[in-house]
Design a protein around this ligand. Structure first.
Ligand code: NAD
Length: 258
């Protein structure tokens, strides 16, 4: 029989803002101590303070594998366990191929992909000894369907979906559950930073362009509730938002290509 979802200790990377902050709040609400790990220490501290005595803050750059390991090890040394690792830190990097150079690709791959790999690897090492734990990786709707003019973003998010779904079977054999969160557009600061090169939009604002694709943005709180419910019920892929559902179902039930 499946054990009830009652996490005691969780880490949320990119937990100081947007979706990560809302997931941290949701996990605190479910009784977990949550370590808010973020590049922005001041924002992480402010978030932890908002969340109350069951939250703490730590500075972390997920691009640095040794730093990610050190945070996970410190949390286990202090709390004796790690139940949930949310690899959520990410950057929005859009653009057409001709607008992009190595810097854009490196940044997206470093934060959105390597950052997740580092979190997965560090948490896995602890959870395999515990023989329990949940890993939740934040991808995107852009990890399920190709998002045009968001090349580095959609490339790295597809990779995160691939990593998460491919890892599930070997993780399950060790008592570790792996899920991947795939929301549509969520109203967070990330939307404003999506495009360094406004040329891709012919001058229109990112938000007005995005609204053409999805008229109503999701809220971080709604997304986080769905994420933690999906985690608790051990869903492999957690699509959030109408478009995300439709895309995922269409992909699942599409006949294989001839
Ligand atoms: P956000 O900008 O509100 O929050 C991102 C957080 O990550 C920030 O606190 C930032 O300081 C932190 N961060 C950035 N680089 C980091 C690094 N190297 N190490 C540690 N922390 C770092 O963005 P958000 O919209 O809440 O995005 C969170 C995740 O959700 C991202 O992975 C994003 O790709 C994904 N996502 C966002 C949307 C959306 O529409 N907002 C949709 C689908 C998926």
């Amino acid at each position: 029989m499946r054990k009830a979802f009652a996490p005691q200790v969780s880490i949320v990377t990119g937990g100081a803002s947007g979706i990560g902050k809302a997931i941290a709040a949701e996990l605190v609400g479910r009784g977990s101590h949550v370590v808010v790990a973020d590049l922005d220490l001041a924002a992480a501290r402010a978030t932890a303070q908002e969340l109350g005595s069951r939250a703490s803050a730590v500075e972390l750059d997920v691009v640095d594998a040794a730093a990610v390991r050190a945070v996970v090890d410190a949390v286990v040394a202090e709390h004796g366990r790690l139940d949930v690792m949310v690899n959520n830190a990410g950057v929005g990097l859009g653009g057409l191929l001709e607008e992009l150079d190595e810097r854009h690709w490196d940044k997206a791959i470093d934060v959105n992909l390597r950052g997740v790999v580092h979190g997965v690897t560090a948490a896995y090492a602890v959870m395999r000894t515990q023989r329990s734990g949940h890993i939740l990786n934040t991808a995107s709707l852009a990890g399920l369907i190709p998002a045009p003019s968001m090349l580095p973003y959609t490339t790295t998010k597809h990779a995160v979906v691939g990593l998460s779904t491919a890892l599930r079977a070997e993780a399950a054999a060790l008592g570790i559950r792996v899920s991947v969160l795939c929301p549509g557009f969520v109203d967070t600061p990330l939307l404003d930073s999506m495009y360094e090169a406004p040329a891709s939009f012919g001058g229109s604002s990112v938000r007005s362009r995005v609204r053409m694709l999805q008229p109503r943005f999701l809220t971080a709180e709604h997304t986080a509730r769905r994420a933690v419910d999906g985690l608790a019920s051990d869903k492999a892929v957690i699509p959030v938002g109408f478009l995300a559902h439709v895309s995922w179902r269409a992909l699942r039930y599409a006949p294989p290509l001839a």
